[in-house]
Design a protein around this ligand. Structure first.
Ligand SMILES: [Zn+2]
Length: 112
């Protein structure tokens, strides 16, 4: 078997069309900026209340969300079922709602 076939040239992978992505303007028109009032953190924050204009330390109220239930379900499935209560006891999986202690106005939500 002396007749050795010459390898065919490799397909021209370099000619894959790279121009498609630049043919359109960047489709980033839907920049979602969720404004939840003043920037608040996971802890009570000193802030000027937008409602009563008083400088207050916000009152925190942790809200059980769908994510809390999701955390609980995941814990239940993958770790152990007694852990199912953990997300409801800790603040990790819950949103922190900030309220004005002076006029009880809602100020903002901190989501992790
Ligand atoms: Zn207030």
């Amino acid at each position: 078997m002396a007749s050795e076939k010459a390898n065919p040239p490799p397909p021209a992978y370099d000619q894959v069309d790279h121009t498609v992505s630049s043919a359109y303007p960047h489709p980033q028109t839907s920049t979602t900026v969720i404004v939840t009032g003043p920037s608040v953190g996971p802890d009570p924050t000193t802030i000027v209340c937008p409602s009563c204009r008083a400088t207050v330390v916000t009152r925190l109220d942790y809200e059980t969300t769908t994510r809390t239930h999701l955390c609980a379900a995941l814990l239940c499935l993958f770790i152990c079922w007694p852990c199912v209560c953990v997300p409801y006891l800790t603040t990790t999986c819950r949103d922190a709602n900030h309220y004005c202690p002076n006029c009880s106005a809602f100020i903002g939500t901190y989501r992790k």
